[in-house]
Write a protein that binds this ligand. Structure first.
Ligand code: PXP
Length: 266
């Protein structure tokens, strides 16, 4: 949809070691609170591109609480960066993804009653249900990832489903950091490190995301096997105080510092 090919990903991303996908969902959350046209998530995607994002991430939820079908269409028409389309494994979302043909499709669990994507996909338990979605999206040319908890069983399930990418859910780690629970954060970080190492050894591309902030991103960005972080809610929140461009620039700088070994806790 974005016209992104492997060639232009390489052209757009001079730092392939750790990409930043900016999630613009919550720009749409604020717009939808009043039902008008602003703030426009597509305008936010343009700003993200100028600020150095490597991709745009958007989740079209079943209840359309933030991103709408029209936003997805406009992202495809107006934004040159690769689009990472987050979607539930439903026939409705599959039809939209097949038509939009985004660069990447990330399959996430979705429950109407949840506030955000709480917990990873049960790739192991839902193998038979997911196989059809993974195959159809891959055949349509999208890079498929599964949003999973950092566990060996889930990585093995992703492998058996033929998904080339997994995105490790960092939500529990980020929450432990926010609550000042250092032991819990350290323990989940170990699971994330182990999962990233195991997945890489088995040939998967490893992404991570959910709940990351300026304070929690560094140890995650320092995990050398991770090649993409998807971050949204905090960047949109921080935009209120320092602007969206500045928030993205600062997050990117923290990621680069962590990867070069000069970040805190790296
Ligand atoms: N990755 C996935 C798969 C997600 O579902 C989300 C939330 O939509 C994110 C990353 C970004 O999470 P946050 O908005 O908390 O940064």
């Amino acid at each position: 949809m974005s016209g992104a090919t492997n060639d232009n990903i390489l052209r757009l991303d001079p730092r392939p070691s750790l990409r930043l996908g900016v999630n613009i969902d919550h720009v749409a959350t604020i717009r939808n609170a009043r039902g008008g046209d602003y703030p426009d998530p597509v305008k936010a995607a343009h700003i993200a591109a100028k600020a150095g994002a490597d991709g745009i991430t958007a989740h079209l939820r079943e209840d359309r609480r933030h991103i709408t079908d029209r936003d997805v269409e406009r992202l495809g028409q107006e934004i040159d960066l690769p689009l990472n389309f987050e979607m539930a494994a439903t026939e409705e979302m599959l039809a939209i993804a097949l038509k939009a043909a985004p660069h990447a499709a990330c399959i996430v669990p979705e429950k109407r009653e949840e506030r955000t994507t709480e917990g990873g996909l049960d790739a192991a338990g839902q193998h038979n249900h997911l196989a059809h979605f993974v195959r159809a999206l891959k055949d349509n040319g999208s890079r498929v990832s599964l949003f999973i908890e950092p566990s060996t069983a889930q990585i093995e399930a992703a492998l058996s489903l033929g998904a080339p990418v997994v995105e490790l859910h960092t939500g529990a780690y980020a929450e432990a950091c926010n609550e000042g629970n250092a032991d819990e954060a350290a323990s989940i970080l170990e699971d994330l490190r182990a999962a990233a190492a195991f997945g890489t050894r088995e040939g998967l591309e490893i992404h991570a995301g959910h709940g990351l902030t300026f304070d929690s991103v560094t140890p995650i960005a320092a995990i050398g096997e991770i090649c993409e972080l998807n971050i949204g809610h905090f960047l949109v929140s921080e935009a209120i105080f320092i602007g969206f461009h500045e928030a993205i620039t600062k997050m990117r700088a923290l990621m680069v510092a962590a990867r070069s070994g000069s970040g805190r806790g790296a």
